[in-house]
Design a protein around this ligand. Structure first.
Ligand code: ADP
Length: 386
């Protein structure tokens, strides 16, 4: 890689809120970063050094976007991997590696690799076209009903995941079937690794999901877990990062069951929704950390700036689709240690990620009280545009 980092031509596939937040620290260092996204209205478009309209999952669009660049990274996993492989053979540096992106695009391959390398995963099996009856298959694979069924490709935010209890629920194969873990807590560990093999790990984060939408509702760091479990999660995340040869930042989602046993759920080799609290809540944010890792710079400190940090996810309300108006956010600014991020999406849709709000506090109760206050105070409404 060129020594003169400010002269590198860098690209990001995807221009959503993660792309926008990646551009914020990139500006601090005057990096030159282009963005490829199908929508010229996307959150990152205005902040990019250059915005290119195109599909990140189309071979030609990705190839033409990448061929003049020195370094390419992602803010979304649904990208065309074949183009990345070809760009890499032309000398473009791609972090994370195309093989890692391909791995996480397929939930079955991901499970299989983690299992083969000895990482703890739920029991699983791939039910393919032509498989025997569900009951026979389940028995044969040492699973039982109800189990969790997942489409191996294309799902996100819980879409494509369901509880399977009857054969007639199966409409499409292949399906990844998994033992249903008796989940006590869902945890995310953010880990960064640079090409020199240096690691940065953040404190495990407790994720709380919305019961209806299955989307992340809020997160609190540090998670309410024992020191032993915390250490176990940090070690597991570090080992996974080394094992797959990660270059960049990655979120690893874990389940902890009622007995305190941990399971790896999935890997997201990019900045992640579960790391937004690090912008104000940690010494080095997940976004700056990602740049440090892909540029082979020293890892930034992952220490929290406050005993407790929480982030509330704000999604589009269920009752309208259209231009958003944000009500109540100015009042929040009067509160110390509350930080509002509005992504700038032109259209709100039910459950679309529109904003997030981070709060710092001396105790868990304090940040929980702030979450309740923000829920009452901040709303997205339909804008009345003349
Ligand atoms: P996505 O990639 O769409 O987010 P996940 O695989 O993370 O899908 O699953 C979504 C949610 O479904 C998880 O956050 C968890 O609550 C639940 N879930 C997934 N797998 C299991 C499992 N094996 N046992 C119990 N719950 C699960």
């Amino acid at each position: 890689m060129k020594d003169d980092i400010q002269r590198l031509q860098i690209g990001i596939l995807g221009g959503g809120q993660l792309g926008k937040m990646l551009l914020m620290p990139a500006h601090q260092w005057s990096l030159s970063v282009s963005v490829l996204d199908p929508s010229p209205d996307c959150p990152a478009a205005k902040m990019a050094s250059q915005f290119v309209e195109g599909d990140f999952d189309d071979y030609h669009d990705v190839y033409f976007f990448g061929k003049g660049l020195d370094l390419l990274t992602i803010e979304i996993e649904a990208v065309d991997v074949e183009a990345l492989v070809d760009l890499q053979s032309r000398g473009v540096i791609v972090h994370p590696a195309p093989s890692i992106i391909a791995l996480v695009q397929d939930k079955y391959r991901q499970r299989q690799l983690l299992y083969e390398r000895g990482f703890p995963v739920p029991r699983f099996a791939l039910m393919e076209i032509g498989a025997s009856s569900l009951h026979h298959f389940i028995q044969h694979k040492n699973l039982s009903l109800p189990c969790i069924a997942k489409y191996p490709r294309g799902g996100y935010d819980g879409r494509g995941v369901f509880v399977l209890s009857q054969p007639d629920q199966i409409q499409d194969l292949p399906l990844l079937l998994e033992e249903k873990i008796d989940i006590h807590m869902e945890i995310s560990v953010l880990v960064g690794r640079n090409p020199s093999g240096q690691i940065a790990v953040y404190d495990p984060v407790e994720m709380v999901f919305d019961a209806d939408s299955h989307m992340l509702d809020y997160l609190i760091a540090p998670a309410r877990i024992s020191g032993v479990l915390r250490q176990q999660l940090i070690e597991c995340a570090t080992e996974i990062a080394h094992s797959i040869g990660l270059e960049g930042l990655m979120a690893i989602e874990f389940f902890v069951d009622k007995r305190g046993v941990i399971y790896v759920n999935e890997l997201a080799p990019r900045p992640h929704n579960s790391g937004h609290h690090t912008i104000e809540g940690a010494v080095c944010s997940q976004f700056e950390q990602h740049w440090r890792m892909v540029l082979d710079l020293p890892p930034g400190s992952t220490a929290l700036r406050s005993p407790y940090v929480a982030t509330l996810n704000i999604v589009g309300p269920a009752d309208f689709e259209g231009a958003p108006h944000y009500r109540g956010w100015k009042e929040l600014l009067a509160q110390p240690d509350i930080h509002v991020h509005i992504y700038g999406k032109q259209q709100s849709r039910p459950n679309r990620k529109m904003a997030h709000i981070t709060m710092l506090g001396a105790s868990r109760q304090e940040v929980e009280k702030k979450i309740t206050y923000i829920r009452a105070q901040f709303h997205i409404e339909k804008a009345h545009i003349k």
